[in-house]
Every structure is written in structure tokens, then in C-alpha cells.
Design a protein around this ligand. Structure first.
Ligand code: SAH
Length: 468
């Protein structure tokens, strides 16, 4: 395990600048992150993240992101490679955020990683996370202790199956049970637990697709049930009848495709994000050239919030701030984008508020956005409606790709069986969604941001065969 980590004095001296944060990301719901972790991730240069960390959680941070998920077959080699990667970045003097599912010190190999850091003289700190047991307990309404019913709880593992332990505690929580539910139940019975003991299997705790299966120990031993990872098994008298009807299952799950500014009633709704862009994909040379010659443009036109955050990130990396844009007029497509600009100290000169493509052109004409030289920071997929509208009024338009549209092969795919409503925020969001899903089940309500988006949705999804 320590192949990549010589602990000689030379290394010790080299490593003094880097700093590693070992951070718990929580069990799945991206809001279950500590305030401290949020700050540190925002300041990090590199984020090394594991399988169980959702892309929704990390996408909002600008650091370089490196996926360090492990394949089961060569587990040990993979952990070595992770250690090596952490050391490499720390030795470059970077702030490294090592982000792990749940809590780093509960079945998270956090202990092994700090051992390596210690040996190599790299400074670090640890930020705890909400472990899966606590997530499942809260979102499944399963108290882990309860007066007069359970006064102790033990966290155990169902892997490897030949080492399943059954400690003396009132409530038992087993991690890593997806392929060993029956082995765990047999081990528990062998230890003398009663067949009437209540059991809950919590799959995808705290995520939109959380599912809970319950029964008695006896019933579950009889039943052949496929359990998908990640899942936990909880046993004990605090597992009650009402967990199936838990508070989290009652919330409507809305899938928001792209950005959305609407306020939801969080008592009734859980917002699930379908990310449509990633904070990379720009050609840095082109960006730099554009920034160098920014005075050539009479107008900077921002058509999405993401274009604002990406643009300012590159501007800051270029060593400039908002004063550098003093000679450019700044226009936006809507008030949400203008609000984003205010975070950077900019009040837009003009906000279009156009509802549809015809509207954009009309608004541009009305506001006399004509014969300008326009820089349009945008995604690698260009919004043709907007560019055409700008061109039709004798403007010169230079598009500047600052971020990439998401390709979901590597990202998390959303299981539409758990979704009640889908909201599309733009025509591009519909197009990207279509690359992942052929159809949308009829029971899902679909809403769109405006007429153009609705037209795109109709074109790509209505009247086609539903294959899901
Ligand atoms: N450090 C993590 C555990 C990592 S081990 C923590 O503190 O939660 C991986 C195991 O954690 C999975 O096999 C599963 O048993 C459990 N787990 C992680 N996230 C989970 C989730 N959202 N729902 C249910 N179980 C989860």
C-alpha cells in the first residue's frame, strides 16, 4: 500500500507547502454538507472525489476535479494510486480537498490516507461528514437509539462475508450489504437474535431515489430480494411500521434540467438537479486572446448565469477584476443573469427579459441593440436563436466558449421512475436531456421556462414513442 510513498527526509522538506483536507461529503443529499466543507471546497485547487459523491455536489466548485472511484477487482492498487495522486498535488503546493462519501472515518479509509500523509510530512486536517447511517436514520425515520427501546447502536460491515461481526448492541447498522443481506441476517440469527426483530434495508438514503424495504428478520430471510448499492441494513426495535410513509417519501421530486431561478416550497418539494454543463471545455488560449482584446467589443452579452460565473473566473485567473470591463457595456438576457452579475459588483446596462425567440429579436430592436460589436460568453453549444437575432440587427458577434455541455455517460443518470415533474430551463437543456433519454413517461408532468423551450420540448419529445 505504501509503494508510492517514500518517507525520506528529502520528501519531508519538499512537502511543506501543500495542504490536504480530508472531507466527508455526507450520504447523498448535496445539502448535507457542513458549512466548513463548503468553504474549503470553494477554496481548494484540486478536488479528489469518490464514487459516492454526487456530481451535483461538486459541480458548483471551481477547483480541478479528479474522479478517484475504485473498481472492485483491483481495489488495493487503486488505493495506492489515490494516495499517489493526493501526494502529487500536495507536493505541488496545492490545497487538496479529498472528498469522500459519508464520513471519512466510517468505513472510508480516511485513517489509511492520513497515515500516508503523516509519513510524508504533509499537513492535513479532517472535516467530518454525515455518515450513511445518520442519513438513513433521519430520512427514513428510524431512530438509532430511543429511550426504553434502544440504548446502544453499533456500526458494522457486511463485507467481506466471512468476517461479519454481530456486536452486543440494541440497534445494529450494517454497511456494504448490497450483495450480503442474507449473510448478515444469518449471522445475526446465529448470534441469537429473534426472528421477529424488525429490519429495514435503506437504499440510496437521502437521495431522490431513496427506497426502504422492511420486514421481520424471519420474513426477510425467506424473501429473495435484490438490493442495489449503496444500501444499509438496520436491525432493532426502533425500526417501526411508519418508516415506509416517512416524511421524505412524501415530497414531490422535481427534476430541474439546467438553471432555474424559481423558488420552491421546500416543505413539499425536493429539487433534483440534472446538470447540463460543466465548468471546463474552454480553450484557455482563445479565452486569453479575447480578454486581451476586450476593448474591441462594445458589448458583453451574458445569456446565462453560468456564462457569468465562468467569465469572471477566467477574468480573475487572468489577473483582472471588474474594473477591466469599464469600457464595455454589459447586457443580459434576463433578470436572473443580471442578479448573478451583481455578485461581481456589476449592474447590467440592459436586461432583455424576452419570453421567446421572436421576443428576443423584438426586444433587441426595441432597445436598439444594433451595429454593436458583441462578445457572447457561452457554452460549446451555441444558442442559435440568440446569435441569429443579434446578427439580424447588423451586430457583429463573437462567441466565446467558456464551459462545456454535459455528457452524461460519466455523470450520474437520473432514474425517472422516482421523478414527479420535469422542468426544462432552456432549449439547450431539452437538447442535452434528449441525448440521455429517448422518452419521458406519461405520468411525469413537464413544465418549461418559456415558449422557445416549449417548442424545443414538443419537437424532441412529444408524439415520439415512449420507450422508458
Ligand atoms: N464513509 C461512508 C461509508 C463508505 S462505505 C459513510 O460514512 O457513509 C460504503 C457503504 O456506505 C455502502 O456500501 C453503503 O452501505 C453505505 N452508504 C453510503 N451512502 C449510502 C446511502 N446514500 N444510502 C445507503 N447506504 C449508503
Amino acid at each position: 500500500m505504501t509503494r508510492a510513498v517514500p518517507d525520506d527526509q528529502e520528501n519531508l522538506n519538499l512537502c511543506n507547502n501543500g495542504y490536504v483536507y480530508i472531507i466527508g461529503a455526507g450520504p447523498g443529499d448535496p445539502e448535507l454538507l457542513t458549512i466548513k466543507a463548503e468553504r474549503v471546497l470553494g477554496e481548494a485547487d484540486v478536488i479528489l472525489y469518490d464514487d459516492l459523491v454526487s456530481s451535483e455536489l461538486i459541480e458548483r466548485f471551481h477547483a480541478k476535479k479528479i474522479y478517484t472511484g475504485k473498481r472492485k477487482d483491483n481495489h488495493h492498487f487503486e488505493q495506492d494510486a489515490i494516495n499517489e495522486e493526493i501526494l502529487y498535488h500536495a507536493r505541488q503546493g496545492k490545497r487538496v480537498a479529498r472528498l469522500k462519501g459519508g464520513d471519512p472515518f466510517i468505513f472510508g479509509r480516511g485513517g489509511e490516507e492520513i497515515e500516508v500523509l503523516r509519513k510524508n510530512g504533509i499537513r492535513y486536517e479532517i472535516i467530518p461528514g454525515i455518515t450513511a447511517a445518520h442519513g438513513a436514520s433521519a430520512y427514513g425515520e428510524i431512530p438509532l437509539t430511543m429511550r426504553k427501546i434502544s440504548s446502544s447502536v453499533a456500526f458494522c460491515t457486511g463485507h467481506p462475508v466471512n468476517k461479519i461481526e454481530v456486536p452486543d448492541a440494541d440497534t445494529l447498522v450494517y454497511y456494504m450489504v448490497a450483495s450480503s443481506v442474507h449473510d448478515v441476517l444469518e449471522a445475526v440469527v446465529k448470534k441469537g437474535w429473534d426472528d421477529h426483530t424488525r429490519v429495514a434495508i435503506v437504499q440510496n438514503a437521502t437521495r431522490y431515489n431513496q427506497q426502504i424495504f422492511t420486514g421481520t428478520l424471519g420474513e426477510l430471510r425467506e424473501r429473495e430480494k435484490t438490493v442495489y448499492s449503496p444500501a444499509l441494513l438496520i436491525l432493532g426495535a426502533t425500526v417501526n411500521e411508519f418508516i415506509k410513509d416517512n416524511w421524505y417519501s412524501k415530497k414531490k421530486k422535481i427534476l430541474v434540467v439546467g438553471d432555474d431561478e424559481r423558488m420552491y416550497n421546500s416543505e413539499e418539494v425536493t429539487v433534483v438537479r440534472f446538470l447540463t454543463h460543466r465548468a471546463d471545455g474552454a480553450d484557455r488560449n482563445i479565452v486569453e486572446q479575447c480578454l486581451k482584446s476586450i476593448e474591441e467589443y462594445s458589448v458583453l452579452f451574458f445569456a446565462s448565469r453560468f456564462s457569468v460565473t465562468s467569465f469572471f473566473r477566467y477574468l480573475h485567473e487572468y489577473g483582472k477584476d471588474v474594473r477591466y470591463l469599464a469600457r464595455n457595456k454589459i447586457y443580459t438576457s434576463c433578470s436572473a443573469v443580471s442578479r448573478e452579475l451583481q455578485n461581481y459588483g456589476v449592474i447590467a446596462d440592459l436586461s432583455l427579459e424576452a419570453e421567446n425567440s421572436g421576443g428576443i429579436e423584438r426586444m433587441l430592436r426595441e432597445k436598439k441593440v444594433e451595429q454593436e460589436s458583441i462578445l457572447l460568453p457561452c457554452s460549446t453549444v451555441i444558442d442559435e436563436y440568440l446569435v441569429d437575432a443579434l446578427l439580424s440587427l447588423q451586430n457583429k458577434v463573437k462567441t466565446l466558449a467558456l464551459y462545456a455541455d454535459m455528457h452524461h455517460e460519466q455523470g450520474d443518470t437520473i432514474d425517472l421512475d422516482f421523478i414527479d415533474e420535469i422542468y426544462f430551463s432552456s432549449p439547450t437543456s431539452v437538447k442535452i436531456f434528449k441525448t440521455c433519454y429517448h422518452g419521458i413517461p406519461e405520468n411525469i408532468r413537464v413544465t418549461t421556462a418559456n415558449e422557445t423551450t416549449d417548442t424545443e420540448y414538443r419537437k424532441l419529445f412529444r408524439d415520439c414513442v415512449h420507450t422508458i
